[in-house]
Design a protein around this ligand. Structure first.
Ligand SMILES: Nc1nc2c(ncn2[C@@H]2O[C@H](COP(=O)(O)OP(=O)(O)OP(=O)(O)O)[C@@H](O)[C@H]2O)c(=O)[nH]1
Ligand SMILES: [Mg+2]
Length: 328
């Protein structure tokens, strides 16, 4: 069976081949595992990648115990419809934001550098769950390599900035530059692999502590204009949090598609979630690979203009579309 490897996977594999340290190798392998299409044809490859990750972890652990450590490395298991990384300067309110939006209980402290491990949490948005990962701050002095590794693996980035900081804009520039130095470019467009080591990550700027700094917003809005969408919030008053949830969903770059059996009402329970840009054929393949070979046609509701018509297989689906799959 052809493996249908994605450009993201191939780029990660090339990065693995060119890696010069175990940290880079581990990072590339984790990305390979995250981006390899999950079906029968790739089961052997998936097992092989997992074996390599386990071996590499063991080697790094041994080295750590023998005192030749090159620092810790962390892995966050992906769950939910998408994974977004919280990045920003020290003390900007990242952990408070995670606590406000998810079920997680990260440490929040009135001093910088209080987070030193990744902390994931699940954010509910309507009928789906999105994973947010709180990280240590990004600074020129202290940020360890694994932090950049996790940002690279995420689907998108929340750039968390402190509106009450007099250095807010300078801090924002610095975080963007530090990430760029690690070949992670923050963009307003879709996340993508640019070449074997450079990635673009769709970014939503979040102005935090809005209760403390009504004036900071204007400046940050100017800074963000034309680069990233911006939402300003306060975790203390709750202002802006609902708007932020929706903006996070948009930044995640996913669409929800519902299914319907012929002659039945649509199943509006659990949607299938796919990457933005997915086609009708991708939906069919996502639901069941074998359906592709047996496919006769698909009826579609939604996309602003379909009301049960046959949909071209290359039609790009939109959030909320409903498909009815007819098989032979
Ligand atoms: N007034 C106000 N204070 C806030 C808000 N959000 C966070 N804080 C305070 O800001 C301080 C830092 O918050 P954290 O959430 O720990 O910040 P962080 O970005 O995770 O910090 P590091 O992990 O050290 O980088 C704490 O004292 C919080 O109580 C807010 O919306 N309003
Ligand atoms: Mg923190």
């Amino acid at each position: 069976m052809p493996a249908n490897l994605t450009p993201e996977f191939l780029a990660a594999r090339e990065r693995f081949n060119k890696a010069r340290s175990d940290e880079e190798r581990l990072d590339a392998l984790q990305e390979m595992l995250a981006t390899i299409p999950k079906h029968k044809g790739t089961e052997k490859m998936q097992a092989d990648i997992k074996r390599r990750i386990a071996k590499l972890r063991e080697r790094m652990e041994q080295r750590r115990r023998s005192g030749k450590s090159s620092g810790p490395s962390y892995h966050v298991e992906r769950v939910g419809a998408a994974q977004l990384a919280l990045v920003g300067p020290p003390n900007s309110g990242k952990s408070s934001l995670l606590a406000a939006l998810t079920n997680a209980n990260p440490e929040v402290a009135p001093y910088p550098m209080s987070t030193f491990r990744p902390c994931p949490g699940m954010m509910e948005f309507e009928d789906i769950q999105i994973q947010l990962v709180d990280l240590p701050p990004i600074t020129p002095e202290y940020t360890e390599g694994w932090v950049y590794g996790l940002v690279r693996l995420a689907d998108a980035v929340l750039l968390c900035l402190d509106l009450s900081s007099p250095d807010c804009l300078h801090e924002a520039d610095q975080v963007v530059e530090l990430l760029a130095g690690r070949h992670i470019l923050l963009t307003g467009g879709a996340s993508r692999q640019v070449d074997w080591r450079t990635v673009e990550r769709r970014t939503l700027a979040v102005g935090l502590k809005a209760d403390l700094a009504p004036k900071g917003r204007e400046q940050l809005a100017k800074w963000a204009e034309g680069r990233f969408p911006l939402v300003c919030v306060s975790t203390t008053t709750g202002e802006g949090l609902e708007q932020l949830r929706r903006a996070i969903f948009r930044a995640a770059g996913i669409v929800r598609v519902y299914t319907k059996k012929p002659g039945h009402p649509p199943d509006m329970g659990q949607p299938y979630t796919l990457r933005e840009g997915a086609t009708v054929l991708d939906v069919v393949e996502h639901i069941h690979r074998e359906f592709v070979e047996r496919l006769r046609y698909v009826r579609l509701w939604g996309s602003g203009r379909f009301d049960g018509q046959h949909a071209p297989l290359d039609h790009v689906v939109q959030d909320g579309d409903i498909v009815e799959i007819h098989l032979s």
